[in-house]
Design a protein around this ligand. Structure first.
Ligand SMILES: Cc1cc2nc3c(=O)[nH]c(=O)nc-3n(C[C@H](O)[C@H](O)[C@H](O)COP(=O)(O)OP(=O)(O)OC[C@H]3O[C@@H](n4cnc5c(N)ncnc54)[C@H](O)[C@@H]3O)c2cc1C
Length: 245
């Protein structure tokens, strides 16, 4: 069974930006390393699927980001930031990532569980979300066993924002073009779609109102048992530093 739900210990580390890469027009990868990271990378749960950390920017503000991948030999972890605005009025994390440079310091606290827990008898997995969920989707997909059927629904703002998703599992990906209302296109794609038969697991993340809608009108209306899904708002339109209750 692919396990993530143990309560991980939480560590705080001071990281140093080692590299900055543009992955797509709206996604920037920040590689964080430095001596302070060793203990964090040794912490239980840090390498679990969709594990996340709280990133404290040089300004001191903190935001949640998924651990996209870890290079244990180099002592670094990758965080993929959605660029939804380049000035601080649109969001300090996005603005910082837009201009980040090697050598800057970041505080990192965590890890926290990404909520993914595959039942032992599962034959399929559905992963869905917007660009903020992509690092989690990629992290989960990369760790699935080969005999699982995986369907991914990913909403991005342009075809250039699509990314490779590597997985040993049998993977099918549907890229969904975002509309001006975040999450609407994802909801429209999913709401009338039947689920595969047999045991499976659904992991969904993205804009809070869209996730709430999918919870009510997709998961609950189909009576999906609570232990067979995770659905979490990763941000909320019009609200800074949103946390889902
Ligand atoms: C567990 C978890 C894991 C996450 N992992 C990732 C990740 O790997 N990569 C990632 O990019 N995000 C991730 N997020 C989402 C990220 O934490 C939020 O998008 C966060 O609000 C960004 O902070 P900010 O300072 O840029 O904007 P904020 O100051 O929080 O918000 C300012 C304004 O920007 C808007 N806004 C925030 N995010 C977005 C967005 N994505 N698109 C459009 N408008 C937005 C808000 O509605 C608000 O109006 C994750 C969230 C959670 C809870």
């Amino acid at each position: 069974m692919l396990e993530t739900a143990s309560k991980p210990h939480t560590k705080k580390a001071l990281g140093i930006v080692q590299a900055v890469h543009s992955i797509t027009p709206h996604m920037r990868r920040i590689t964080v390393g430095g001596e302070g990271m060793a203990e964090l990378l040794d912490t239980e749960g840090i390498n679990d699927p969709a594990a996340w950390v709280k990133v404290f920017l040089p300004s001191g503000e903190g935001r949640a980001y998924t651990v996209r991948s870890i290079d244990f030999a180099a002592g670094t972890l990758d965080l993929d930031f959605v660029l939804h605005g380049a000035d601080t009025s649109s969001g300090p994390a996005s603005a910082w990532a837009s201009h980040a440079s090697v050598g800057e310091h970041l505080g990192i606290a965590g890890p926290r569980s990404g909520g993914f827990l595959l039942p032992g008898n599962a034959s399929w997995v559905m992963l869905a979300g917007d660009a903020t969920a992509l690092p989690g989707i990629q992290s989960i997909a990369s760790r699935l066993p080969a005999d699982i059927n995986v369907k991914i629904y990913a909403e991005v703002s342009s075809p250039e924002d699509q990314q490779p998703i590597d997985s040993p599992a049998r993977l099918r990906t549907q890229w969904i073009q975002a509309q001006p209302e975040p999450g609407l296109a994802l909801c429209q794609s999913l709401l009338h779609r039947p689920l595969p038969t047999g045991a499976g697991y659904i992991w969904i993340a993205g804009e809070s109102a869209a996730i709430r809608r999918l919870k009510m009108h997709y998961l609950q209306e189909r009576d999906i048992p609570r232990h067979c899904f995770s659905a979490k708002g990763y941000w909320k339109a019009g609200e800074a530093d949103h946390r889902d209750a």
